[in-house]
Design a protein around this ligand. Structure first.
Ligand SMILES: *Cc1c(COP(=O)(O)O)cnc(C)c1O
Length: 356
């Protein structure tokens, strides 16, 4: 149990006047959570303080060698004005897994959840009210040793910031076009694909930019060894419903183990679908598409929750899915996940954690 010291911001910002114009994580709330780590002392000094810039030495390790990681989750406001989280302990556990790979000291899962809850409670008035909008929560850990030697830092800062964010589908669910990337890769066995580290994103921006120039919303990454098997999309996992079964890549080190992915798999199994977690060749996906067996394709991730896909383009070969409209299973997952998150339907899975 952390003893969190709270210093209130005496000059709070005005809340956004029009929540429909929020966009994603463009403005931040009045406070942030901080906790420091020093070798020999461990994590110490947990506190909530006014949101403010960091002052750091230009030779701080994180700027040069990217020893850092992050998490992403949301707080939701229900119709009866309660504030709640969705499976925050999964994010806490994943942060530990990322930490281990990045040689960053772990934060206990209970402390992670306590810190998130404490900050959200302080910022409860910042949780948006309109349908589909939420408070995006960004925990992150950075290495703060000063010096350019390459080794694990002895000092770290754990910080959590919050950003009120608009409805992802402000104009209704719009299925996306996806470019199957056959030159660049995102991950390979032994690397950091399973962690939420900034370096993964830095390395993926180029392919994303090139795809965007060609009119695609996202890149579908193939495995880094043979470029043969589907892995995941930008910041989402991806699932394919082929001939009644749902396929998705297994989390064996190169794929980010999404909380949304895991929740969707549990729901699909509850509903009686067979879910296959394992290698799925892109050639077989395209073949299924041409044979009319590729029934639904969708991405899963905290930001969009569920993102239906209407087109895949692999080396110029194209398949179109479900006439460009969201499929029934995709829609049911979307309704169930968002229903629980915003408290519109009962939480039958024990996934909701109330804050206040
Ligand atoms: C965060 C992330 C996801 C989705 O994870 P969720 O826990 O569902 O939000 C998928 N892929 C990548 C690369 C990610 O960074």
């Amino acid at each position: 149990m952390l003893d969190i010291k709270i210093t209130k911001n005496t000059a709070p910002k005005a809340k956004p006047a029009d929540e429909s114009q929020l966009g994603f994580a463009k403005i931040f709330t009045d406070h942030m959570f901080l906790m420091d780590y020093a070798e020999g002392q461990g994590w110490h000094d947990p506190r909530i303080v006014p949101y403010a810039p960091f002052q750091m030495d230009p030779a701080t390790v994180v700027f040069h060698y990217a020893q850092e990681l992050f998490e992403g989750l949301k707080a939701y406001r229900t119709a009866d004005n309660k504030i709640q989280l969705f499976r925050p302990e999964c994010n806490g556990q994943r942060m530990q897994d990322s930490s281990d790979r990045m040689c960053i000291p772990t934060v206990p899962v209970d402390d992670f959840v306590q810190a998130v809850k404490a900050l959200v409670e302080v910022e409860k008035d910042w949780v948006p009210h309109i349908d589909g909008a939420s408070l995006y929560i960004r925990p992150f850990v950075i290495a703060t040793d000063v010096g350019l030697g390459v080794h694990a830092s002895k000092h770290y800062t754990f910080c959590i910031i919050c950003a009120p964010s608009g409805a992802y589908y402000a104009e209704g669910i719009d299925p996306i076009r996806i470019y199957v990337e056959d030159e660049y890769i995102r991950a390979a066995p032994g690397l950091t694909g399973f962690t939420k580290c900034g370096g993964n994103y830095a390395a993926s921006i180029k392919a994303g930019e090139l795809a965007e120039q060609k009119g695609f919303a996202q890149v579908l990454w193939l495995d880094g060894v043979e470029k043969k098997y589907v892995e995941e999309v930008g910041s989402m996992n991806i699932m394919f419903k082929i001939d009644g079964k749902v396929y998705t890549a297994a989390c064996t080190g190169t794929v980010l183990p999404g909380v949304t992915r895991r929740s969707c798999i549990e729901l699909l199994k509850d509903w009686g679908y067979e879910v296959v977690e394992g290698p799925l060749a892109i050639a077989n996906v395209m073949k299924a598409g041409h044979e009319g067996k590729l029934e639904e394709v969708f991405g899963t991730g905290t930001a969009a929750v569920i993102s239906p896909v209407k087109e895949l383009d692999w080396k110029g070969d194209k398949v179109f899915i479900n006439n460009g409209v969201i499929g029934p299973v995709t829609q049911k997952l979307y309704d169930t996940m968002t229903g629980m998150q915003w408290g519109r339907i009962p939480d039958t899975k024990g996934w909701i954690v109330p804050v206040c």
